[in-house]
Design a protein around this ligand. Structure first.
Ligand code: EPU
Length: 306
């Protein structure tokens, strides 16, 4: 039988863990088996075992770019949140996949190392950020990677250079591989100048993005030479609502969960409806096919739950 509660790895498991507790959108039904590996080698051993047992497994980092299904997830969800160690090695930072981006930015700042500044104010964790090459418009976290250690389907653990992986805009091109550790090569900088630059990024972010509401960041990638937010806005959809979800009135590439204070919590179905509405409107009005940045996990055939 798959997935004993006490796994041979150090990876405590809970049954029917609500994913809404682990996603920045605060949306998502239960994960049938929710694992929290304690060390990178436990993550690797767990992935190998689940693969051998034929248990489908999904990775969840900070849940900052994932829309988890209302009906929950059959099989395993592996949460990297407890893999939070970070080591300084001169001008390098070695990070486990559950290191949060705020932790990474803070550690780099305290060490007087520049390179991670554009991640200030970005939620998420190192593993997920590498999987999707998180960043700002023209820069992604992969720009600072020296090498990563990954688990590969089949069970091999390998060290890879950026050139082996070939990351692209908002796409880490991991292709089923799972990050066990990352080594970032940074640059010494005057801490005061670093802090000033981070403050500036944060100020601009706070002025242009709905930072106080629950969201999963940008829903769409920017099409070449344009901005998805500008296009959804120009299609007239700013402020459009479905249930508890809304296309942000602050920045039209963000879908926010307005739930709370009498407003029902948004469902994954609400968010999917707004995503499709934006895609249709932008295609019809401007002939542009938007590509999703938000990772939408499919609904199960039958909802899990009591
Ligand atoms: N705009 C509008 N209406 C809107 C939103 C934007 O007209 O509702 C216009 C702005 O006025 C501006 C242009 O669109 O002229 C671009 O907007 P912005 O500067 O906000 O940048 P963006 O391209 O929308 C990108 C990243 C963000 C990142 C910011 C800042 C993508 C898809 N988005 O946004 O990344 O925070 O630059 O660096 O690459 C994310 O990926 O989750 C994300 C938030």
């Amino acid at each position: 039988m798959p997935s004993p509660a006490v796994s041979p790895e150090r990876a405590p498991m809970r049954r029917m863990e609500p994913l809404a507790h682990h996603t920045t959108m605060r949306i998502g039904g239960p994960a049938e088996f929710f694992y929290e590996p304690q060390r990178p080698e436990d993550l690797s051993a767990l992935l190998t075992r689940l693969e051998a047992e034929g248990v489908p497994a999904r990775l969840l980092g900070g849940g900052a770019n994932t829309l988890a299904p209302d009906g929950g997830v059959p099989g395993a969800v592996i949460h990297t949140g407890t893999l939070r160690r970070i080591f300084r090695e001169g001008e390098r930072l070695r990070a486990w996949p559950g290191v949060t981006l705020p932790q990474l930015v803070r550690t780099a700042l305290d060490a007087g190392l520049g390179g991670m500044d554009r991640l200030v104010g970005v939620p998420g964790q190192v593993g997920g950020a590498l999987a999707m090459n998180a960043g700002s418009a023209a820069w992604g976290i992969w720009d600072e990677v020296e090498e990563i250690t990954v688990w590969e389907p089949g069970g091999a653990v390998r060290r890879l250079l950026p050139a082996d992986v070939g990351p692209a805009y908002r796409d880490g091109r991991l292709r089923g591989r799972v990050v066990l550790e990352a080594l970032f090569k940074l640059r010494p900088e005057d801490p005061a100048a670093l802090k000033a630059r981070q403050d500036d990024f944060l100020r601009r972010k706070n002025a242009t993005q709905p930072v106080t509401l629950s969201s999963a960041g940008c829903a769409f990638k920017n099409p070449p030479g344009d901005s998805a937010g500008r296009l959804v806005d120009a299609a007239g959809l700013k402020g459009a609502r479905r249930g508890g979800a809304e296309i942000s009135a602050v920045h039209a590439n963000f879908i926010v969960n307005r739930g709370g204070g009498g407003v029902p919590n948004a469902t994954a179905a609400d968010v999917r409806a707004l995503v499709e509405m934006a895609e249709t409107a932008v295609a019809e009005k401007f002939g542009v096919r938007l590509e999703r940045e938000l990772v939408i996990w499919p609904e199960p055939l039958r909802p899990l739950g009591p």
